[in-house]
Design a binder for this molecule. Structure first.
Ligand code: NIG
Ligand code: FE
Length: 413
């Protein structure tokens, strides 16, 4: 039987348009419809109307929601998370307060390696339960599609366990998830001092296995001082490219050691973090058409600088903004806070911010044709906000303003 949902009396329906990454002036191009309505049939947007008109088949809709003059946007897309993990790391807070940096903690065998120990100990079912709770919280805040990375297993068995968790959650939870393999996230204890050998093993054993079993669409690497250098990252990404993975790279989070340059050279879909990016990296990303996946809540939590998003927009680099939700550098999954920071710290306009949390990340995770905008034929994923306009969303921070969340035409919240 056909299932249909009508959302009427929308004050402003605001959305980017198209299924491509928006760069430069396009970043600020949003369609704004007043007195709008959306009809979703069998999970897909059938018709959008404005100026008080109703869709042709509005009268037949089984469910009707009155938006009461509020703002509607596409469901948010969180393009970068590490949401599958064994345990939080709140014990790092006093170390941080006393002056230890993120890399100090990692070099001392803590940080990511601490989460690796906890994640290796956890069962797959345990991780599924934890992840589903996170997914509930994300959806409650307006996210309807997200990316999730492995990277706390660092051996074949545990990396596969993490990717299975993502596959199961994606299948069983309302959230759409896209999996990224992040085998080279840290040098595991058993490979201490042997990063090259670890990369060899990842390239010869893990990548082919993950590909063969269809466990991830993207491959990612943490290119950073004391983690993986330019050459190791390049070797890994070249192998991943050969195998047909889309490429991502954690680049220039703390030190600019060539990660963003590599992203442009090798044709990565996105480079993430980019806090310390230099001119060379920016030029390489612009030339290679790489999306900048900026993570301002991580800058906030690390007390670090903010990625030069305005410069990126000026250089025609598509900008996306994501949570980076993880137990170490960003223990928050609130994409609304990311939007506030993008506005206040990156100096992005509300329209640019909306593009950065919808169509640009959707394209960066291979879902631009399905989600990220409100248009006929796209998936019926949207949020009714407790706000009259995008300005309010960028301005009110610390509260959850997602009033109703619709996923594939189903009312989730
Ligand atoms: O994106 N930088 C590497 N990975 C994560 C942090 C992971 C962790 O600390 O557990 C990030 O910040
Ligand atoms: Fe990350």
């Amino acid at each position: 039987m056909m299932k249909s949902l009508l959302i009427k009396n929308i004050g402003i329906l605001q959305t980017p348009v198209g299924s491509f990454s928006h760069k430069g002036v396009q970043q600020a191009e949003n369609l704004k419809l007043r007195d709008a309505a959306v009809l979703i049939e069998n999970g897909v947007i059938k018709e959008i109307t404005d100026q008080g008109k109703l869709p042709l088949d509005a009268a037949e809709a089984q469910t009707v929601i009155d938006a009461n003059g509020r703002l509607v946007t596409p469901g948010l897309v969180d393009g970068h998370t590490h949401m599958v993990f064994g345990g939080y790391r709140q014990h790092e807070i006093p170390m941080k307060i006393k002056g230890a940096t993120y890399l100090d903690i990692l070099r001392a065998g803590g940080g990511i390696l601490d989460t690796v120990r906890k994640t290796r100990e956890a069962s797959e079912n345990d991780l599924v339960q934890k992840t589903e709770k996170f997914l509930d919280e994300m959806m409650d805040h307006g996210v309807t599609t997200c990316e999730a990375k492995s990277g706390y297993g660092l051996d074949l068995k545990n990396e596969v366990k993490m990717l299975n968790v993502i596959a199961r959650c994606s299948r069983d939870h309302a959230m759409d998830m896209v999996a990224t393999f992040l085998g080279p996230h840290a040098i595991p204890e058993e490979y201490e001092g042997r990063a090259d050998e670890f990369i060899d093993m990842v390239c010869s054993e893990m990548l082919p296995y993950v590909k063969e079993h269809g466990l991830a669409e993207f491959a990612d690497v943490f290119t950073e001082d004391s983690v993986f250098n330019y050459d190791q990252s390049r070797r890994y990404l070249e192998r991943a490219k050969e195998l047909g993975f889309g490429l991502k790279i954690h680049a220039d989070e703390i030190e600019a050691i060539g990660g963003s340059r590599l992203a442009g050279e090798i044709g990565a879909v996105s480079a993430e973090h980019l806090i310390s990016i230099n001119e060379e990296g920016l030029r390489s990303m612009a030339a290679g058409g790489v999306t900048a996946m900026c993570l301002p809540a991580t800058s906030f939590y690390l007390g670090a600088n903010y990625a030069p998003a305005r410069k990126m927009i000026a250089m025609n680099i598509p900008v996306a903004a994501a949570s980076d939700f993880n137990p170490g550098s960003c223990p928050s999954m609130n994409l609304q806070f990311v939007m506030n920071l993008a506005c206040i710290k990156y100096r992005m306009l509300p329209e640019e911010v909306l593009t950065a949390v919808t169509i640009n990340p959707a394209c960066a995770i291979g879902r631009g044709g399905l989600v990220g905008t409100l248009e006929r034929g796209k998936q019926g994923d949207l949020v009714i906000w407790d706000a009259p306009d995008m300005e309010t969303l960028c301005y009110r921070f610390g509260s959850n303003l997602a009033a109703k969340v619709i996923k594939k035409g189903n009312v989730i919240k």
